[in-house]
Design a protein around this ligand. Structure first.
Ligand SMILES: [Fe+2]
Ligand SMILES: [Fe+2]
Length: 281
């Protein structure tokens, strides 16, 4: 783990690739934050001379399972249920580190510098989120890797690896936006169980995720406008083509609108499934 000794003239792509290919969780956290810091300090060159891996390196544990094979979480609020919840959230954040790194490294060359600024800052946030959740697991006597985890989280990235607009449409604007919808209820449930510390972690994650969705939406809209395309229409087309799940209401409309994601974007797609329920957060 010697990522802090930056080699002169190292390209931003080579540094990102090295972080993606770091498997051990604590080392990946360090590598992601280190790339973001070196980029911010101007220590990495604007060159995209290294290809991003098809799939990042991950540790041998957690065992990755198809969603249907995941064991039951245990009763909510039981010790087992709590560990399962924090473990599932830690896994989402762990994969999110790689999603942000891959976004910057794979598509940076065709985008402006602020795209790389934004998504490397997202990678640093995700690394911090993972570290907070890993520490939370430790406080419960567990650790990341102790349980199996959802094996499908990289699929959306793989599916959209040839098209920055498709990647932005699906990863920040569908998957991360989904986090805005579900996190307030999880935070409130955790708080109701007396875990104020856990509720504060989730509140911090929620606030950062609003920014991540906003970055995704901004770059998507800019890219559509530059091509003379209507952003909402393009988004709907790309989501239909590349995202197999449904957009499930209820939506957290206030967090989504703070992220620049107006109802015009998702209302039409959501109506394919069911009428939105009133927002009760
Ligand atoms: Fe996150
Ligand atoms: Fe995020």
């Amino acid at each position: 783990m010697n990522g802090s000794s930056s080699k002169p003239g190292e390209s931003v792509a080579a540094a990102i690739r090295a972080a993606l290919l770091t498997a051990e969780p604590k080392a990946k956290v360090f590598a992601a934050r280190d790339v973001a810091r070196r980029w911010r300090m101007g220590e990495l060159a604007w060159r995209f001379d290294a290809a991003m891996p098809e799939r990042p390196a991950w540790p041998a544990r957690p065992e990755l399972l198809a969603p249907g094979q995941m064991p039951k979480r245990g009763k909510a609020g039981s010790e087992r249920g709590r560990i399962a919840l924090w473990h599932a959230l830690a896994h989402i954040e762990f994969v999110a580190i790689d999603l942000a790194l891959d976004m910057a490294g794979r598509f940076g060359a065709e985008m402006a510098r602020d795209f790389v600024d934004d998504f490397l800052s997202v990678a640093a946030d995700e690394a911090m989120h993972f570290a907070l959740l890993d520490r939370k697991l430790a406080s419960l006597g567990s650790y990341y890797g102790a349980l199996p985890a959802h094996g499908g989280l990289w699929e959306a990235a793989h599916e959209t690896r040839h098209d920055v607009r498709a990647r932005l449409a699906v990863v920040p604007m569908v998957l991360e936006a989904r986090g805005l919808d579900v996190t307030p209820a999880t935070r409130d449930r955790v708080r109701a169980q007396g875990d104020e510390h856990g509720a504060r972690i989730l509140q911090r994650i929620l606030e950062d995720e609003i920014r991540h969705v906003r970055f995704g939406t901004q770059h998507f809209v800019e890219r559509c406008e530059a091509a003379g395309d209507a952003a909402e229409k393009s988004w709907k087309m790309l989501v239909k083509k590349h995202f197999r799940g449904a957009l499930k209401p209820p939506f957290n409309d206030s967090a989504r609108s703070a992220a620049g994601l107006s109802r015009e974007f998702y209302a039409a797609l959501a109506s394919r499934t069911e009428a939105p329920l009133p927002n009760n957060h």
